[in-house]
Design a binder for this molecule. Structure first.
Ligand SMILES: [Zn+2]
Length: 102
């Protein structure tokens, strides 16, 4: 396989936990294992995904086809002060540059 990008590990895991804890996991009932949600569509419309999906995305399990939309959509939920950090996380997890993200 290809070697990991140099951006790997630039974001401390604590930063990910901080963002996840800011995402309101309680207010999004109906999501979770086996549940279907409309988060992919929401993200492309600039609407934040549910807390469950935010966690998955930050761990690198999101749909990389729409990775460039993740940071902005998530920052709608967790706060704009996290946007730069989220972009760095997305950059390292999905192998796209910060500049590519909207
Ligand atoms: Zn969701």
């Amino acid at each position: 396989m290809s070697s990991p990008p140099s951006a790997q590990n630039v974001v401390p895991p604590a930063a990910v936990d901080s963002i996840k804890s800011d995402a309101d996991m309680q207010s999004t009932p109906g999501h979770g294992e086996g549940a279907t949600c409309s988060c992919l569509e929401d993200i492309m419309n600039g609407v934040h995904p549910c807390g469950e999906c935010i966690g998955e995305i930050l761990e690198g399990h999101g749909n990389r086809l729409i990775a460039k939309y993740f940071a902005t959509a998530i920052s709608e939920e967790v706060g704009a002060e996290h946007l730069d950090t989220i972009k760095q996380i997305i950059a390292s997890k999905y192998n796209i540059s910060v500049e590519e993200q909207i």
